[in-house]
Design a protein around this ligand. Structure first.
Ligand SMILES: [Mg+2]
Length: 121
């Protein structure tokens, strides 16, 4: 499965990347929401899951999620928000904007695996 990991923190990208890699998925990295949209523009039909950080420069993950929902080509790509923003209100806001799941940082490998399973099933 082709998975986009979008996070502005190099350390976080590495942590999430190791976890996703151990599940056997192919990874594409992005550092902000704009890079996600740019990648979708180029190879959107190859992407099967996006792990999206909320707080990122240039374009936040939340803004990228909103842009994706405005485009019928990207509406059906599952998005798992992965964020330090863990208040219920934020979780609801992300789900209303179209996120399929929400994983609060920090998380264990098991929590990440089960969140991914839930989102893609
Ligand atoms: Mg961030």
């Amino acid at each position: 499965m082709n998975v986009v990991i979008a996070d502005d923190s190099r350390v976080m990208r590495s942590i999430i990347g190791k976890a996703v890699d151990s599940l056997g998925h192919n990874i594409i990295y992005a550092c902000n929401g704009q890079e996600v949209l740019d990648y979708l523009e180029k190879c959107g039909d190859e992407i099967e899951l996006i792990l999206l950080d909320w707080n990122m420069p240039v374009l936040t993950g939340f803004e990228a999620l909103q842009r994706m929902q405005e485009n019928c080509k990207y509406q059906n790509i599952p998005v798992l928000m992965v964020s330090t923003e863990s208040e219920d209100q934020k979780v609801d806001q992300a789900k209303e904007a179209g996120a399929c799941g929400y994983l609060a940082k920090p998380f264990t490998q098991e929590e990440l695996s089960s969140a991914i399973q839930m989102v893609i099933s």
